[in-house]
Design a protein around this ligand. Sequence first.
Ligand code: ADP
Ligand code: MG
Length: 697
Amino acid sequence: MNINVPEIFAENVFSDAVMKDRLPKNVYKTLMKTIQNGRQLDMTTADFIANTMKEWALEKGATHYTHWFQPLTGSTAEKHDSFIAPATRGTAIMEFSGKSLVKGEPDASSFPSGGLRQTSSARGYTAWDPTSYCFVKEGSLYIPTVFLSYTGETLDKKTPLLRSMDALSSSAVEFLKLFGNDNVSRVTSTVGAEQEYFLIDKDMYDKRTDLILTGRTLFGAKPPKGQELDDQYFANLRPRIASYMADLDEELWKLGIYSKTKHNEVAPAQHEMAPIFTTSNLGTDQNELAMEVMEKVALKHNLICLLHEKPFEGVNGSGKHNNWSMSTDDGQNLLDPGDTPMENLQFLTILCALIKGIDEYADLMRISASSAGNDHRLGADEAPPAIVSMFLGEELDAVLKAIEEDTVYKTQTQAFEIGVNALPSFPKDSTDRNRTSPFAFTGNRFEFRMVGSSDNIACPNALLNTIVAEELSEFTEILKPFKNTDKFESEVKNLMKNVLKEHRRIIFNGDGYSLEWIQEAERRGLPNYPSTVDAIPHYTDEKNLRIFKKFGIYTENELKARTEVLLEKYSKTLRIEARTMIQMARKQLLPATLEYIRTLCDTIAVKNQIGISAVVESKTVKKLNDLAEAFYESIENLEQLVNDACEIKEVLVQARFFREKVLSEMERMRTTSDTIERIMPSDKWPVPDYSAMIYNV
Ligand code: ADP
Ligand code: MG
């Protein structure tokens, strides 16, 4: 199979190139202005674009169009309308107006809104987001949109992200002027989301109700071999996986996604796909799309792609490393240290803004990665811990120390005075870099590693942008009086010094998994929220509300609504998991155990009759019978606890009850079942075991 990548790349995207090619110059120009300045499109222009878009989509085989949006459910939503319109004598024509492009009115009453939208006034509307690209997929033209209530409250994940990008841009443009960047008029946040996933055989999956209903295994004894030999990471690709990945690349490329890197991950059956970074808003859409394509392509290979954060106990879970930076419209990457003393100074100041921001709003970063699924990663025995800290690397740390202590930064051969000499370039991506840090500097960007593999990246990026917007605007306030004076540099250094003194505690270059770090972090006063339920209530803390309001990201109502939706989702997830466990236990696992006990008892009876020893059978029966009793009791307990939980009206109290009571009973029940599984013969256990699932592809 020979594919011409440049030829197929973005063939299904109404890309910039297509627009430039097909739209009249003035229409194209108006559209670009709209995109850059967020202005409203006039209807004539919209009509023109819609018609061109339709013609193009028809050529690509589309018959329908859909407003594609990202509600608070966590997945994407779409409703398809055909282009069809009646014409004379019962014939049909294909039509698409500017109005239909720009605005849609899905019946929105079933999407979560956290009480923002009473069902009596259930109307919400979708509005075209021209900063992202339309594309054709499976016979429909997809139009990326934002989703709002008629009173203007946000009901989706994209709107806050777009607002945060604007806020960051305004703050950063002002800030950069202090450093003589008078030509910068727009700063855009960028993201490259490395996506981890598991692949397992579909036949196995189909036999596991837990995977089907919850995306993770709720039972399952650990296999004799896990990931301890480290023989999976970057291992050569088995043929079935390689063929899946080749197919995936092709599909992603056609949709304009720059899929770049693919490899096996640490856990058996775990893999990764990383695209080349792009703007946060396009990156978010593309990540949502990539996840969907990953699942669909898997089916063609009789595989299932699991995006859950923790499909299997005992081996690593999956995350989504959110690589983040900022680019200016004159081509600077603001997290690149640069080559001149002034560029260095600007970079170091921005770095200090991040240090201060991440320290002051560590809770928001934690919240942005909170979900029931991700609780099994963060704060459990794996990467990264639930405590937010920052890793800068040795060299950079030494530079900051020199600033803080008013000394000169020295390498083995040279000394550098900040603002006077140019710093040596810092190693990018050195292989020894710290992989246990939740927020690590990697040479020209930060890698936020807490995000869960199934999560929408809009939220983490929106919060990060808002935090940085706040710090940069604060820095600008402080430094503005000294702009273009000979005091500027010393004031910058002063500011950095103060920030470092106060916020150094967020920097941690050691092992983030260690127990010592948890104790050390506590001494430093860093927040540690081990679970979603501990983290989410801090969303509406006064200091957080303040910056969301200041930059128009969320109103108090919107924020409260989101808090409620997140907590409700947490409780619902656990309720489904608990009920799935009860069902599997009652209908499959316990009956199989009892059946085996019966078989053994029959054998014992026969052996007794003919007078030969049945010691093995008797011992096994005794063991299994005790376990079966405990199992039965656990089922009854869990059922009672879930019923009790459902009676609780207050969302936070309910979520806490699920976390504290229901989850621990689920864990107890699993331990019992896994012990039984280890004793039972393979052919008597009614569901595929771990070895079969993770070593079979
Ligand atoms: P690693 O596994 O070593 O972390 P990868 O190559 O898998 O590295 O992923 C690095 C990711 O960081 C890629 O998605 C890449 O495009 C992204 N990236 C690089 N530069 C930037 C930047 N300036 N802004 C955002 N993301 C970036
Ligand atoms: Mg990585």
